[in-house]
Ligand binder design. Structure first.
Ligand SMILES: Nc1ncnc2c1ncn2[C@@H]1O[C@H](COP(=O)(O)OP(=O)(O)OP(=O)(O)O)[C@@H](O)[C@H]1O
Length: 809
């Protein structure tokens, strides 16, 4: 696509954002209806995801370096907002999985990609294809009738003839043969015609088309141009700044000095004495340029000092009263909550200001900018000048002017007011404070166990010890699975839907890819420091960990119990190992620390077979390690487990705050998985392979089982035979039969276990309460009915259990 096409995508995304921001700015109203609250959140979420996708593709392909900076700012904000909304949905629904299919339907969107409006030509073509097919079917059935009629008449005529001579016999054989040949030819021609009409995909349909290949080449080319433009831009930033300093620097210095001098004089006129020059900490003379009168500036400075003194006093008082007040305020708050029962309210966002800032820049600079001169989309030097001019001004003010003017003011005071000593006293006080602080921070700093070693040598050591792995090159898009299209509908019918593989993939993006991929998002979004992926064997837990590392370029550290056994023995060894791992992880962010079979680290009771590897080594250290991770450090601890029931739940949940239960694949996912895995392993899909049947009979089998079956069947010999002997579903049954599927009992065990986790418990309790409310509501309705029948008076009762009732309707 062209520059203008990507610009258009960007502009459209910003327009959608503008609309959304207007809604977001409105003060949130408390919402008592649970369903309405969720719909509001869901709608915002879907709209932000839509904007995110457009901004992402624009950021990926736009080559203008300054535009990319603005897009990146908005993109970070939008990603953060998506995470905030997800967090809100989790809090509201008490579940990690949410079903938004009804909202998607309203917006006419599909879960994976945005539906582009169909052109009239395209729509006409589809209708034509369907109509031709209908007519073809009618004609075929008509012809079949005629043919059967002819056959019937012939048979009657034949029965009349008795003699059979050799010629007749030969003709009969010829007829059969010709019929066979013709049928074969007709079948081939029919297939060709269907392909020609576009009703059946051509044999090499799965191959990447020439047009797609061209798109890939162009995209790669744009990335190269993007890099070149970025380098040019970075060089221009330095060059233009130097030129500005050289040419405009002296003028700027002169005018700044003039303004400050003027301020000295005006202050003396207004207050009778020269002002104190603002300290460096207070921003130096910056305050003077904020378009304020000298009186205001002086008053502000005085007010600040007063405030400081007041705060100190208030702190002391507050400490004394703390204990007494606590009890009182608690009581009051409780009372208030009960009275108001405020309902759900959208929590304030940390990202809206960022989004709004980026959006304003777009409006001010880019929306109507004439770019006719900039066809190749290089940086705009005028914008760089504007930006750098401010920087140069600031630097000159800070480094040269302030120092000079401070001295000048001192001289003026000495000469005119004869003031001395004041500043010296305050300076001394300041020094004392800073010394104290320094001492404190020195004491707090932890000892670096490997201060004398370079990061390279530590990295090498970890690789040699097998603690640092090279992630497999798999992408999240390789994690095949279908979306659940009926989730919301089932939910409304009070049936708990099973999350789909696509939902799991989305969660990994939200909790893993976005925070690890963006520093801003990681710092401000709700923190997820650790993640537990659990589910039956072969559902792709490890694959997701590797895909997360590939997508974010993260380093993968392996702290699985099996892997660290006999490495760095003893307490000191363990301390050293964790020190090295987290030191390297911090230095080379983003990083993923993976603990495979994490139930072993938290065993309730260590089995005899595992005693040798001392699996509990990490158990005590993990919580404190997690605590030590700061929001700015992009490090994620991921545990994977296929039998979390063996772990001590309390300590497991103390470490893993987010738990994702990955289910076995459902029918829709199995269908796409079979197709994908067969093609990936060199097979081909023909009409003789009943994929639907395969997907149906493999209920309970996981991705791992399907891969095993396909790889067993599709050996080299079988792949060579494919041309003559197409694949059939029956061939896969043998290898599948040797595998143990996920039985219902195992599935139930996972569900029961999940219900004991903190979020599961909360959900269970909420559901129980809801049911009780429903029953109460029903009981009251019955009572009402009875009383009405009896005509014993009017009884007004509050409507209860709204959430449950709404759901059932
Ligand atoms: N959704 C998917 N799409 C394509 N391949 C998948 C998918 N899920 C899993 N696989 C493949 O299935 C195989 C098994 O996956 P993986 O080893 O990640 O499962 P696991 O849950 O970690 O298993 P275990 O619990 O036994 O360690 C891998 O080859 C992986 O690439």
């Amino acid at each position: 696509m062209s520059n203008s096409a990507y610009n258009k995508i960007w502009v459209e995304a910003q327009e959608a954002l503008d609309h959304l921001l207007k809604q977001e700015i409105k003060p949130p109203r408390p919402e008592k209806d649970h369903l309405v609250a969720f719909q509001t959140l869901g709608t915002f979420y879907v709209k932000y995801v839509q904007i995110f996708r457009n901004l992402e593709s624009a950021y990926d392909q736009i080559v203008h370096p300054q535009k990319r900076l603005v897009i990146r700012q908005v993109l970070d904000g939008v990603m953060g907002r998506i995470l905030e909304l997800k967090h809100e949905m989790v809090e509201l629904e008490l579940s990690e999985f949410h079903y938004l299919d009804d909202i998607l339907q309203d917006f006419k969107l599909s879960p994976k990609e945005v539906l582009k409006p169909m052109s009239i030509d395209e729509a006409t073509r589809i209708i034509q294809i369907a109509e031709r097919a209908r007519q073809g079917r009618l004609r075929a059935s008509f012809m079949k009738e005629i043919y059967l009629e002819e056959q019937r008449l012939k048979r009657i005529r034949h029965l009349g003839e008795v003699a059979i001579n050799p010629d007749v016999a030969a003709i009969c054989i010829q007829k059969r043969w010709r019929g066979y040949i013709q049928r074969k030819k007709t079948k081939r021609e029919r297939e060709e015609e269907l392909i020609f009409l576009g009703m059946v995909p051509p044999p090499h349909f799965q191959k990447v088309s020439a047009a797609k290949q061209q798109v890939q080449v162009i995209n790669a080319l744009r990335c190269k141009i993007q890099e070149d433009h970025e380098i040019e831009y970075q060089q221009a930033l330095v060059q233009i700044k130097d030129t500005l300093k050289e040419i405009e620097g002296p003028d700027i210095k002169g005018s700044l000095q003039e303004v400050i001098r003027q301020w000295f004089i005006e202050c003396r006129h207004a207050t009778g004495q020269f002002p104190d020059f603002p300290t460096q900490k207070a921003g130096g003379s910056t305050a003077l340029f904020a378009q304020k009168t000298p009186e205001q500036v002086v008053a502000e400075l005085a007010a600040k000092e007063e405030e400081k003194a007041k705060k100190k006093k208030a702190k002391k008082k507050a400490k004394k009263l703390k204990v007494k007040k606590k009890d009182k305020t608690k009581g009051k708050r409780k009372g208030k909550d009960e009275e108001e029962a405020p309902g759900w309210k959208m929590a304030p966002s940390h990202f809206l200001s960022e989004i709004a800032g980026g959006h304003q820049t777009f409006k001010d600079i880019w929306q109507y900018r004439d770019e006719a001169w900039n066809f190749p989309q290089r940086h705009d030097p005028e914008l760089v000048k504007e930006e750098k001019r401010k920087e140069v001004e600031e630097e000159i003010r800070e480094q040269q002017v302030d120092e000079l003017m401070r001295q000048e003011l001192k001289n003026l005071k000495l000469a005119v007011d004869r003031q001395k000593g004041k500043q010296r006293k305050t300076k001394k006080g300041g020094k004392k404070k800073s010394r104290k602080k320094k001492r404190k921070s020195r004491r707090k700093k932890k000892k670096d166990l490997t201060a004398d070693r370079t990061i390279d040598s530590l990295y090498k050591e970890l690789v040699e010890q097998g603690l640092l792995l090279k992630p497999k090159k798999v992408y999240l898009s390789d994690y095949i699975g279908e979306s659940n299209y009926l989730g919301a509908t089932l939910h409304q019918m009070d049936i708990e839907p099973m999350p789909s593989l696509s939902d799991v993939q989305q969660l990994i993006v939200l909790y893993g890819v976005l925070p690890l991929g963006s520093q801003t998002v990681h710092e401000k979004a709700p923190v997820v420091k650790s993640l537990l992926l659990t589910g039956p064997a072969g559902v792709g837990k490890k694959m997701l960990v590797h895909a997360l590392c590939t997508e974010t370029g993260a380093n993968l550290f392996n702290l699985s119990a099996d892997n660290i056994a006999e490495k760095y023995p003893g307490k000191k060894g363990l301390r050293m190992m964790l020190h090295i791992v987290f030191k390297v992880a911090r230095q080379l962010q983003p990083s993923v620390v993976w603990i495979g079979d994490t139930e072993k680290t938290f065993y309730k009771k260590v089995p005899k077979a595992d005693k040798q590897i001392k699996p509990l080594r990490l158990k005590r250290r993990l919580p404190s390690l997690l605590k030590s991770l700061k929001p700015a450090e992009r490090i994620l601890i991921i545990g994977t487990s296929r039998c979390p029931f063996q772990a001590e739940l309390k300590s497991l949940c103390r470490v893993y705050k987010k738990i994702i239960l990955i289910p076995k694949p459902d029918y829709a996912s199995r269908l796409v998985l079979w197709r994908h895995i067969i093609l990936q392993n060199g097979g081909s899909i023909t009409s003789s392979l009943n994929l639907s049947c395969l997907a149906k009979v493999t209920d309970g089998f996981t991705q791992g089982h399907i891969i095993y079956a396909v790889q067993t069947v599709l050996n080299e010999r079988r792949i060579q035979q494919l041309y003559r002997k197409p694949l059939t579903a029956v061939e896969f049954i043998g290898p599948l039969a040797t595998q143990v599927p996920v039985y219902r009992e195992e599935e139930e065990a996972f569900k029961v276990w999940y219900a004991k986790t903190p979020l599961g418990k909360k959900r269970e309790n909420a559901l129980k309460e809801e049911n009780q409310d429903n029953q109460k509501g029903k009981g009251k309705e019955k009572d009402k009915g009875k009383e009405k029948d009896k005509g014993k008076g009017k009884v007004k009762k509050k409507e209860k259990g709204k959430r449950g009732k709404k759901k059932k309707t």
